[in-house]
Design a binder for this molecule. Sequence first.
Ligand SMILES: C[S@@+](CC[C@H](N)C(=O)[O-])C[C@H]1O[C@@H](n2cnc3c(N)ncnc32)[C@H](O)[C@@H]1O
Length: 346
Amino acid sequence: MTAMEEIHSADYQRMMSYSQGMWISQVVRTVADLSVPEHLREGPRTAGEIAEAASADPHAVFRLMRACVALELVSYDAETDRFAATRLLGALRRSADGTLANWARVQAAPGHWQSWGAATEAVRAGSSRTAEVLGSPLFDYFSGNGAEGALFSAAMTDLTAAIGTEAAAVIDTAGVGVAVDVGGANGAFVHELMRRDPGVAGVVLDLPATVAGAQEEAERGGLQDRVTVTGGDFFESVPSADLYLLKFILHDWDDESGVRILRNCRSAMNPGGRICVVEMVVGETGAPGLDAALMDMNMLMVTQGRERDHAEFDTLLERAGLRRVKDTPIPSPTYPYSVIEAVARD
Ligand SMILES: C[S@@+](CC[C@H](N)C(=O)[O-])C[C@H]1O[C@@H](n2cnc3c(N)ncnc32)[C@H](O)[C@@H]1O
C-alpha cells in the first residue's frame, strides 16, 4: 500500500479557506442585495426583523447572519437575540462614499460569476470563455442585460470615488477646453476634473445602452450644462478634444484593440492634446500584490485584456503614434494605480 502524503495542518486550513472563497463572495453579495447594512442602520435587530425588512425567509436570514458574525460583518447579542452592524459592514452601506455594495453585487452576478466558472477552460485556451458562457462578450452582455450593466457602471462610479480625486489632481488641465471620458460609463472621472477646473467641458463616450446613466449622473452632480453624453463605439471613432481620459479601458483589451482605441484618440485629438491612461501598473511599480494579480486574472476571465507593466504600456502608446511624457503613481489601499500621460509623437 502506498503511504499517504501528509498535509501540514496550517496548509490544510489555508487551502480550505481558499477553496471556499466563493462562499464568502456570495454571502457578501447577498448581504448587499438584501440591504442588510441599511436595515441595521437604526440599531441592532433580530433575524426575524431583518428578514421582514428584506422580504426574505427568517430562518435563512438567521443562518446568513450567523455566517456574517463569523465574517465580522455583524456582532450578536445573545441576551437580546439581536445582530448589530460592525464597522466592516459599513463598507457595504450604499450611502458610504466609495461604497463596495455595487462592486460586491456585480462580482457575484452572472456576468463575472459564470465567466469565472470557466476558469480552467480559459487558462487552457489562453483567453476568456465569456462569449461562450454568456452568449456574448461582457460589454455586449451588459448592453443586453440593463440591470446588471447599470450595476457595473454604478460599481465603476463607486471605485472612482476611491482614487478619482487623487488621479484628477495630477492631471494639468491648463488649456483644456474639452475632455472626453473614453468608455466613461457614468462619467464619474471626467466629473472629478470638471469640479477641479470650471473651464473644462466634459464628454462621456460609452456604448449607447451603457451611457444612458451618464446623463443622470451629470444631473446628480449639477454638471449637466457642461457634460455631453455620447453613445458610440471607441473602435469606430471618438470626438475631438484636448484631453482623452482612458480609465480602466486598456486593461479590458488585447494589444491590437488597445492600439486601435489609442489611434482613434490620437487622430481626433486637437493640436497640443494629451491622453491620460489610468490603470494599475504591474511590474516596475512593485511586484503585483494579491489584489493586482487577481485583478489580472479577472481580466483573463471576463475580458480580452490584461494588466500591463510600463514597458507594455509604452509599446501600446508607441504603436499608436504616441509617447509617454509623465507617469504618476496614485496612492491606493489596493491596486498600484498610475496616471500615464502621453502626447502625439511628431
Ligand atoms: C471597466 S469599464 C471603465 C469605466 C470608466 N472608465 C471607469 O473607470 O469608471 C469599461 C467601459 O468601457 C465601455 N466600453 C466597452 N466597449 C466599448 C466600446 N466599443 N465603445 C465605447 N465604450 C465601450 C464599457 O461599457 C464600460 O463602461
